[in-house]
Design a protein around this ligand. Structure first.
Ligand SMILES: C[S@@+](CC[C@H](N)C(=O)[O-])C[C@H]1O[C@@H](n2cnc3c(N)ncnc32)[C@H](O)[C@@H]1O
Length: 258
């Protein structure tokens, strides 16, 4: 049991990215279902996920799933068309295969060596890839209490795909400020010899080199920084995402060495 800390609007950056990265899959799905796994002591993030996903895929339904039964009882009055709450855990107690499973600030309370098995269980629940679709998406990550700093891993049925760093640029001193929000699979790997440590070092160096751009604003400095970073690291997105204070990198480049 945990306190179930959550906050309204806390996961807006993640919701925005999911809508952009996965909206087309949700639109294409015959029965698009998104799971907010471990929504916490109040149902805000599930209510918001429904609203935001529906801007891209109006038929989407959201199911909030919580391991703490009292939190399910507390959430029930917020049920509405397209939104349900269920008691359960990593088995994901819904019929069929979800198009999206989002687990934010859930695995931080587990041990690092449990992550691979949890990822595997959740991936096995995702809608499978077909000729026309890459399949469902699992988004698992961590953020601060008011959602200014966020890092998440996106996984498909086939395995991990990307790592996304997202931040409110106005409050950023240097990119490695995000290190304290690395997901469980990476947070203990931010040590010399591990790829994520090298990446954050390079990110800070590029940020320092881009300091003259700060006079045009933190956004311009971030865009310049990511341009530089992309010369050596497999950055998977483009300027339209960088403008939001994001960057997405291939998982393989940051994965733990062993
Ligand atoms: C820190 S809260 C996060 C709330 C919300 N996702 C957010 O980011 O604001 C973590 C929640 O995950 C729930 N949880 C932990 N393990 C779980 C599991 N295996 N299945 C479902 N919920 C779980 C806890 O009961 C807690 O309410």
């Amino acid at each position: 049991m945990t306190r179930g800390t959550t906050n309204p609007n806390r996961l807006r950056r993640m919701d925005r990215w999911i809508t952009a990265a996965h909206g087309a899959e949700l639109r294409r799905a015959a029965h698009p279902v998104a799971i907010d796994l471990g929504y916490g002591a109040a149902p805000w993030t599930a209510v918001e996920l429904l609203r935001r996903l529906r801007t891209a895929a109006p038929r989407t339904r959201v199911v909030g799933v919580e391991i703490d039964p009292a939190r399910v009882v507390a959430a029930r009055p917020y049920e509405r068309e397209g939104l349900r709450f269920r008691h359960g855990g990593f088995e994901v107690p819904v019929e069929g295969r979800p198009t999206l499973i989002r687990a934010a600030n859930v695995l931080r309370q587990y041990d690092e060596d449990e992550v691979a098995e949890v990822w595997e269980r959740l991936r096995a629940r995702l809608a499978p890839a077909t000729g026309a679709s890459r399949g469902g998406l699992l988004v698992e990550g961590t953020c601060d209490e008011i959602g200014r700093r966020h890092v998440w891993v996106a996984l498909g049925p086939e395995g991990p795909r990307t790592v996304t760093f997202a931040t409110r640029l106005g409050s950023l001193e240097r990119p490695s400020d995000l290190a304290e929000r690395l997901p469980k699979a990476l947070i203990h790997r931010n040590v010399p010899g591990e790829a994520v440590h090298t990446f954050l070092r390079d990110f800070d160096r590029a940020w320092a080199a881009a300091a003259p751009y700060a006079s045009y604003g933190a956004r311009q400095r971030w865009i310049r920084t990511v341009h530089t970073l992309a010369a050596d690291w497999p950055v998977r997105d483009g300027v339209s995402r960088w403008r939001q204070g994001e960057v997405t990198v291939a998982w393989e480049a940051l994965a733990p060495r062993c």
